[in-house]
Design a protein around this ligand. Structure first.
Ligand SMILES: [Zn+2]
Length: 84
């Protein structure tokens, strides 16, 4: 029982599937802000991306969170990611 289907998510940058352990999760808070979900368990719709320079870079450059959450994500969110 070390791995099962529900622990696999799709990266919104490269669209590959990967275990949660290799991904970062973003979630929309009740206030409508998009934030990095470090617990990976917060309520709400999550968007996943590889914890890699390539995928995070693509997400920042193309502002993929805007499309994924169908909302306008604050530039600070992208700026922080770019500085990780
Ligand atoms: Zn990826």
């Amino acid at each position: 029982m070390s791995s099962n289907a529900k622990d696999i998510r799709r990266c919104c940058a490269c669209h590959e599937h990967a275990p949660k352990t290799e991904l970062l999760r973003f979630v929309r808070t009740p206030d409508g802000d998009i934030t990095l979900d470090l617990s990976k368990k917060a309520d709400g719709r999550g968007v996943w991306v590889h914890d890699s320079e390539a995928c995070i870079g693509k997400l920042v450059k193309r502002k993929l969170l805007n499309a994924a959450f169908k909302t306008s994500v604050a530039q600070e969110v992208y700026d922080e990611l770019g500085e990780r």
